[in-house]
Design a protein around this ligand. Structure first.
Ligand code: ADP
Ligand code: MG
Length: 310
C-alpha cells in the first residue's frame, strides 16, 4: 500500500458479505452489521449482502468494486477459498487471505503439515479415519488428547479425552462432521489468540474461560470468560508475535486473521489453527486487541479494507 491518503471514494462500491448458510451465520450477521456501520460512518459507499448467491448476482451486474468478506465458517464457501476463487475470476479485490491461504487454514490437518514441515511448533497429532483403532492412536500420543473434525470451527465436534474408555464417544462426535478428523496431544496450560493486521501482529489475548476450556459455550454463550491483553510480558509476548507472523505467512495468509496458540507450563508455544475471517462483533477478539493498540473499531475496519487497494 502506498502512503497516499485514502479517501472513502477510493473504495468505490463495497459489498459487505455476511450471513450465508454456515452454522456461524448468526455471528456473521452481527459482525457484518458492525462492519457495514463502521464503513458507512466513514463515508464509504458500502452495501450489506447476505450470502454468496446474492453476491454473485451483484457481481454479474457489475455493481461492486470490492468485497469486505465477513462470512464465517466452512459451509457456504465464505472462508475456505471457494468465494476467493469466485472473486479472483471476476477480478474483484477482497479482504483477507487468497484462495490458497483460505483453503489451507480451513483444514487443520493440512495447516499442521505445513507448520511441521517448517519446524514450527504445533501439538503432535494423528490423522483419524473412520474405523481406525483409536486406542492405538491415543497410545502413540499418550493421554490426554483432544479429538476434532479437521474442517469445522467454533469448537464444534471437539472433545478432550482423559481416559481410554471415552475415546469412542469422542470419535463418534467428530465423525458426525464432514471431512477428516484428527487426534491431538492435549496441551495443558494457557490459551491465547493473536490477531494479524497487514504485516503487523497485534497484542495477544489470553483467554481464561470460567469452565474447563474455550468450548462453544465459552465462546458464544457464557459471559464469564476473562480476556487479558496483552496476554504476556514483553519478551514472551515478542516471541509469540514472531511465531505467529511466521505461522500466518507459512499458510499463505494475508490481509488479516487470527491464530490460536497454546502455551504449556514450561512456556513452550504450540500453534493450533488460523482463522481467516474472524469475528468482528464489538465483543470479538480482533477488535479487543486492536483497541489495546489505540486502533478503534472504525479504524480497524478501514485498515482491513484499505489492504485491498494494493
Ligand atoms: N491441542 C490442544 N490442547 C489443548 N486445548 C486445545 C487443543 N486444541 C484445541 N484446544 C481447545 O479447543 C478450542 C477449539 O480448538 P481449535 O483448534 O481452535 O478449533 P476451532 O476454534 O476451529 O473449533 C481451543 O480454543 C482450545 O480451547
Ligand atoms: Mg479456534
Amino acid at each position: 500500500m502506498s502512503d497516499k491518503v485514502i479517501q472513502a471514494a477510493d473504495f468505490g462500491c463495497v459489498a459487505v458479505l455476511m450471513g450465508g448458510t454456515s452454522s456461524e451465520r448468526e455471528v456473521s450477521l452481527v459482525s457484518g452489521a458492525a462492519v457495514l456501520k463502521a464503513l458507512q460512518d466513514r463515508g464509504v459507499n458500502a452495501i450489506g449482502v447476505d450470502g454468496i448467491p446474492t453476491l454473485l448476482d451483484g457481481l454479474i451486474a457489475r455493481k461492486f468494486d470490492r468485497v469486505f468478506n465477513i462470512l464465517h465458517g466452512n459451509k457456504g464457501g465464505g472462508e475456505n477459498g471457494v468465494l476467493q476463487g469466485l472473486l479472483e475470476s471476476f477480478a474483484i479485490p477482497y479482504t483477507g487471505s487468497g484462495v490458497l491461504g483460505s483453503a489451507l487454514a480451513m483444514d487443520k490437518i493440512r495447516t499442521k503439515q505445513v507448520w511441521l514441515s517448517l519446524g514450527l511448533p504445533t501439538p503432535r497429532y494423528v490423522r483419524l479415519e473412520r474405523g481406525d483403532d483409536v486406542v492405538a492412536a491415543a497410545r502413540t500420543l499418550g493421554l490426554p488428547v483432544i479429538i476434532k473434525p479437521s474442517c469445522e470451527g467454533s469448537s464444534v465436534g471437539i472433545t478432550r479425552v482423559f481416559k481410554e474408555s471415552d475415546l469412542d464417544a469422542a470419535v463418534q462426535l467428530a465423525a458426525g462432521y464432514p471431512g477428516e478428523m484428527l487426534m491431538e496431544q492435549l496441551i495443558e496450560g494457557s490459551e491465547f489468540s493473536v490477531p494479524v493486521l497487514g504485516e503487523q501482529v497485534l497484542p495477544s489475548i489470553r483467554i481464561v474461560p470460567a469452565g474447563e476450556y474455550y468450548d462453544y459455550h465459552a465462546k458464544y454463550i457464557a459471559d464469564n470468560t476473562t480476556y487479558i491483553c496483552p496476554g504476556l510480558e514483553a519478551p514472551e509476548e515478542q516471541q509469540m508475535q514472531t511465531l505467529v507472523l511466521k505461522a500466518f505467512k507459512a499458510i499463505g495468509c494475508s490481509g488479516w486473521g487470527r491464530i490460536d496458540v497454546m502455551r504449556d507450563q514450561f512456556g513452550k508455544h504450540y500453534l493450533l489453527e488460523v482463522n481467516t475471517a474472524p469475528g468482528m462483533t464489538s465483543h470479538s477478539l480482533v477488535p479487543k486487541s486492536a483497541r489495546q493498540m489505540g486502533i478503534e473499531f472504525e479504524e480497524l475496519v478501514w485498515r482491513i479494507l484499505a489492504d485491498t487497494l494494493g
